[in-house]
Design a protein around this ligand. Structure first.
Ligand SMILES: [Zn+2]
Length: 154
């Protein structure tokens, strides 16, 4: 039997499992936000023409939130390069990181605020940061709306 094949197959299965859409940290963050009365879209494309999906999206505030997996996005604290097929994973994960940067650029150019969290972060502190940003953006939206209201001539 070929041990390196077996272990890389195991690694691949593990990674696939990790890539599931609704990861546990993401669900926890969402449930806190929901309990606090915030409403959002999930797995939503903020900019229609840009084929990138954010995990939690506040459309009115133009806030896109990503909860990044420690493996797939190479978290500095937890990422360990798999021993087998090292160069395959290295180029794959490098591609993911470049894609993340490009996604942030696209969204920011389109007027969106982007927040990224690691899946290892405490869900309540991620939720706090998101809530704070939503509150901030709500104020901005309101002040812009006030400014753009045409003034009546008296
Ligand atoms: Zn991590």
């Amino acid at each position: 039997m070929n041990e390196s094949w077996a272990s890389s197959d195991h690694a691949r299965r593990t990674m696939r499992a990790n890539k599931s859409r609704d990861t546990k940290p993401e669900r926890l963050v969402r449930s806190i936000l929901h309990a606090h009365g915030l409403r959002y879209r999930t797995h939503f494309r903020p900019v229609l023409e840009v084929r990138r999906t954010a995990d939690i999206v506040f459309t009115r505030q133009r806030l896109a939130v990503f909860i990044d997996g420690c493996f797939w996005h190479a978290c500095p604290e937890h990422f360990i390069s798999p021993k087998t097929n090292g160069s395959y994973w290295a180029s794959k994960i490098d591609g993911n990181k470049r894609r993340d940067v490009a996604t942030d650029d696209y969204l920011r150019e389109a007027g969106w605020t982007v927040l990224r969290f690691w899946e290892h972060e405490t869900p309540s502190s991620a939720a706090d940061a998101i809530e704070g940003q939503v509150a901030l953006l709500r104020q901005t939206v309101q002040s812009v709306a006030r400014k753009s209201t045409p003034r009546r001539e008296s």
